[in-house]
Design a protein. Structure first.
Length: 52
């Protein structure tokens, strides 16, 4: 019986974590950086999912 419960629980946890990471990455898209000279530049962050 436990041979079915452990993989099911692992799949559920993995799915929840993946959805949570994707949701958090959509919130923070970029930041504006001013280096003191001309116009400010926009720096974007590479998502964790794309790094994998």
């Amino acid at each position: 019986m436990a041979c079915f419960l452990v993989p099911t629980a692992e799949a559920i946890v993995t799915t929840l974590v993946a959805k949570s990471i994707k949701k958090n990455e959509k919130k923070a898209t970029g930041v504006s950086v001013d280096l003191g000279g001309g116009k400010p530049e926009k720096a974007t962050r590479l998502s964790f999912v794309k790094k994998l």
